[in-house]
Design a protein around this ligand. Structure first.
Ligand SMILES: [Zn+2]
Ligand SMILES: [Zn+2]
Length: 90
């Protein structure tokens, strides 16, 4: 049995764009340990519960969904299935 994990190797080569802290369960990477922890506690392995009403997108956080919905609003996305018609008597 070998346990040589006491000392962190000095790895100066930092790959750009990818965090050093990788999740064990998925492919997510984070630059900061706290973000990885937050991911593992709150996100990883959990089903995103906030369903977009316009598309199959689901968000883990409600704030994420709100950002996503903004994209719909900006792109002028008109929902086909949702019968959200604003009645305007112009
Ligand atoms: Zn993960
Ligand atoms: Zn959507």
């Amino acid at each position: 049995m070998r346990y040589y994990v006491s000392r962190m190797p000095k790895d100066r080569r930092r790959s750009r764009g990818q965090g050093r802290f990788a999740c064990d369960n998925c492919d997510r990477r984070y630059h900061q340990m706290k973000n990885l922890r937050r991911h593992m506690i709150n996100e990883c392995g959990k089903q995103p519960t906030h369903q977009c009403t316009f598309c199959p997108y689901r968000a883990t956080y409600k704030s994420y969904l709100q950002v996503h919905m903004m994209k719909h609003a900006r792109s002028g996305f008109t929902p086909r299935t949702a019968s959200v018609r604003q009645q305007r008597s112009s």
